[in-house]
Design a protein around this ligand. Structure first.
Ligand code: SF4
Ligand code: SF4
Length: 200
């Protein structure tokens, strides 16, 4: 369950890294920047990472996205959770969806906050944006994420039912990156190409 909040709404939240939010997953969707960063961290190619550590996430038939794989246990535990110490095995390169948790961006000014025990109050504490602005990753990849969200939104609106085209966009957005090369340059090139393809 989640609560929708404005980005200046105050929330009292403290993470003690208990790892509970790494269970019942399957929806930790990845941006291309996450794919390259985690592959680099694991010292493997992006294709190896996609083949071994991800699964397709298709939310109500919108443009398919890539999500971190869940274990086939009853709790759908994230494949990267070390269950001995409840720590994330890729913590320093974890996806933005994880570093932003319990907040997820709906649009520029609105976020949803997951209703988890570590969120103590929705009316006091720090502003949502203050939590997020503490994250270097949130700030560094903000513009790319915004543009990718626009591409996904437009692709769904324009070509949602043309599965062949949808597949080309999906592959262009998520596949074929080089984990040894600079992240944002590679992603910006794809964004430019897809914007031309979708003409905006
Ligand atoms: S966000 Fe909450 S549930 Fe997740 S690790 Fe932190 S304290 Fe645990
Ligand atoms: S990638 Fe790490 S932080 Fe994210 S759900 Fe998996 S174990 Fe948890």
């Amino acid at each position: 369950m989640a609560e929708r909040v404005n980005y200046v709404k105050s929330v009292s939240f403290e993470c003690n890294q208990c790892g509970k939010c790494c269970r019942a997953r399957g929806d930790v969707v990845l941006y291309p920047m996450d794919i390259i960063r985690i592959s680099k961290f694991l010292n493997i190619s992006c294709n190896e990472f996609l083949d071994n550590y991800t699964q397709t996430y298709d939310w109500y038939g919108i443009l398919s996205q890539i999500a971190i794989k869940s274990k086939k246990d009853k709790q759908l535990t994230c494949i990267f959770l070390n269950e001995e110490n409840m720590k994330c095995k890729i913590y320093d390169a974890r996806p933005i969806a994880c570093s932003n948790f319990p907040f997820s961006q709906i649009d520029e000014k609105n976020y949803s906050v997951q209703i988890v025990p570590c969120v103590k109050s929705y009316n006091e504490g720090k502003e949502v944006i203050e939590f997020l602005n503490k994250s270097q990753q949130f700030l560094a990849e903000k513009e790319e994420r915004k543009q990718i969200d626009e591409i996904v939104y437009l692709a769904n609106k324009k070509i949602g039912h043309y599965y062949y085209l949808k597949n080309i966009i999906f592959k262009t957005l998520y596949y074929g990156y080089n984990s040894k090369k600079e992240i944002s340059l590679q992603v910006r090139r794809r964004i430019k190409f897809l914007k031309l393809l979708l003409k905006f």
